[in-house]
Design a protein around this ligand. Structure first.
Ligand code: GLN
Length: 194
């Protein structure tokens, strides 16, 4: 399996390292043509407004919507989760608008700008290590969205079909089981496309 990491801004190298540990090939994606060569795509953390602007500039909004329409999986982490969402709480225009979730940016308060914790994630046996950095949270989910984990009663991991979203940075730890979970989603999607 070849899994791309959108490389316009943000934590790209760390995701590639985790994808490799999970037994797939990781490729930085800088041009829309490269989407043809991959089976799944990660949209990393960073700053969602900046990532959204660069995506518009380089044609990634339509290109990734088409990629997703073919059933190819997407995984958004932190800012990447905001980029996937249908609705952003502050009235900001949605970016990809693919996932039926409403999100709030920078939602964990100033005193908790950055912290690391263990999260129980549905579908993964033992708790996963997660780093939260000015993280968003999921305020509402639509039908068909499966909630995979919550932190202090706030939804922080969710899945809707071939779309996976996490508020935090799984790539900043040595724990690659969430990447493994995504690699499995990509394998399943590739099998059902045959
Ligand atoms: N606060 C950032 C945003 O709103 C996300 C932070 C992150 O990706 N670590 O886009």
């Amino acid at each position: 399996m070849r899994i791309g990491v959108l490389a316009l801004q943000g934590a790209v190298a760390e995701h590639i390292r985790s994808i490799t540990k999970a037994g797939a090939e990781g490729v930085p994606i800088k041009r829309i043509e490269q989407l043809e060569t991959i089976d799944g795509l990660i949209i990393p953390g960073g700053e969602s407004t900046t990532i959204g602007k660069l995506m518009r500039k380089y044609g990634f909004i339509d290109a990734i919507r088409q990629f997703s329409a073919k059933g190819k999986p997407l995984f958004g982490t932190c800012a990447g989760l905001i980029v996937l969402a249908k609705e952003i709480d502050n009235g900001e225009e949605a970016h990809l608008g693919l996932m039926d979730i409403k999100v709030a940016r920078n939602a964990f308060g100033r005193q908790r700008e950055s912290f690391e914790t263990e999260l129980a994630v549905k579908g993964i046996k033992e708790p996963v290590r997660a780093v939260f950095i000015r993280a968003p949270l999921i305020m509402e989910v639509g039908e068909g969205v499966d909630i995979l984990s919550a932190f202090n009663d706030e939804i922080v991991t969710a899945r809707q079909g071939a779309l996976l979203a996490a508020s935090y940075h799984p790539e900043l730890t040595d724990d690659y089981r969430l990447h493994q979970y995504f690699v499995d989603m990509v394998k399943d999607a590739a099998l059902s496309a045959k």
